[in-house]
Write a protein that binds this ligand. Structure first.
Ligand code: EPU
Length: 336
């Protein structure tokens, strides 16, 4: 029986799947993969659908991963290692950890989505990327139902990138993530992201504790980013492009005010939002597809935009940024 996926993707795109199953435990998942219950293939693995563009109806079974559980695997006086099931909600985990005195995740406050989805795009914000805290990822192989562990190095993390988006995409389902956090409040929180520093200064905070950092970040995000339950979106729609220092110098001649970040080793990251805004797209709307009025990197669905509306707007933005800056913008969410 077909099922609507509109409520299962935060961009609010209407698409159908042949079947939809809520997965609440590992044995259920293995049985599905081993062919019990005759569920049409292929499988689409879904957490909160917050980093997803459904470009068409899905001709198979959608598995909505809702496996819950958090356990302490090991701890000493300074650190704790947690094993977290894929269906836990990311931001609830961050809040629980800060409350319990496990630090390091606070800069990643307010990111929508589940724990299982977090390693796929190596979520990052305000100077911290998930990979800095991640020990390993457990996955179930779809072909065999066997559990396999990917240690940090095997995850091949990059900027909004991992092996799960690349060479093993579609072969595994993430079931569990292990993170190592600090029990020591000092030095565990990253405070030197530019926008964050300015915000602390404005509030007269010199050495904010992790729960204050979480609170400030929640407020920054609420002021800049649309809440998907109010205005449908999938977060940043494009990656911030990384170019060579040589190309950057040429670009700077034409656009001396371009916003960038020096990554070192001859690499410069450009603020895609700045270029999109300069190209005139901020607040643009055509039908129900638009660019958020307070942040140019977010494509929003005002109600009934189709994937075609969203992707053709994205294409127009990509073309115009390329024409103006000679820079290629890559789509950040997963397009299925
Ligand atoms: N800016 C503009 N116009 C805008 C918005 C921003 O010119 O409309 C400029 C400002 O100069 C600002 C700079 O761009 O200083 C960077 O903006 P911001 O700090 O908001 O970060 P971002 O590069 O646009 C990235 C992540 C976000 C993450 C923020 C904060 C990517 C693709 N996006 O956005 O992640 O929350 O940094 O760390 O790397 C996501 O991945 O879905 C996401 C929301």
């Amino acid at each position: 029986m077909s099922a609507s996926l509109k409520r299962l993707n935060t961009l609010g795109i209407e698409a159908q799947s042949e079947q939809l199953i809520n997965v609440t435990n590992i044995d259920q998942l293995r049985n599905i993969f081993l062919g019990q219950g005759a569920h049409p293939r292929p499988f689409l693995i879904l957490g909160s659908g917050s980093n997803l563009v459904l470009s068409q109806d899905f001709p198979g079974t959608v598995l909505h991963i809702r496996i819950k559980g958090i356990e302490i695997v090991s701890e000493d006086t300074d650190t704790v290692t947690l094993s977290i099931s894929a269906g836990e909600i990311w931001d609830q985990l961050v809040g629980d950890c800060v409350d319990k005195g496990y630090y390091g995740l606070e800069n990643l406050s307010g990111i929508p989505g589940t724990v299982g989805a977090a390693p796929v795009q190596n979520i990052g914000a305000y100077g911290v990327e998930l990979e800095q805290l991640l020990v390993s990822v457990d996955c179930m192989e779809i072909a065999t139902g066997a559990i396999q562990t990917f240690h940090h190095k095997e995850c091949k993390f990059g900027y909004r990138d991992s092996v799960f988006k690349g060479e093993v995409a579609g072969r595994y389902v993430i079931t569990n993530v292990k993170l190592m956090l600090s029990k020591n409040q000092d030095n565990s929180t990253s405070l030197n992201y530019k926008g964050l520093e300015t915000e602390f200064e404005k509030r007269g905070l010199t050495d904010p504790d992790p729960s204050t950092v979480r609170q400030v970040i929640e407020e920054i995000r609420q002021s800049k980013l649309p809440d998907p339950s109010v205005l449908s979106n999938a977060g940043s729609f494009f990656k911030n492009p990384v170019i060579s220092e040589q190309n950057y110098i040429q670009l700077l001649e034409k656009h001396p005010e371009i916003v960038s970040f020096n990554l070192g080793e001859g690499k410069i990251k450009l603020a895609a939002s700045w270029m999109i805004e300069k190209a005139g797209w901020k607040g643009f709307r055509e039908g129900d597809a638009g660019v958020f009025e307070r942040h140019a990197l977010i494509i929003v669905n005002h109600g009934c935009a189709t994937s075609h509306d969203i992707l053709s707007l994205a294409q127009q933005i990509q073309n115009s940024v390329f024409d103006q800056f000679g820079v290629v913008l890559e789509i950040e969410p997963v397009v299925v």
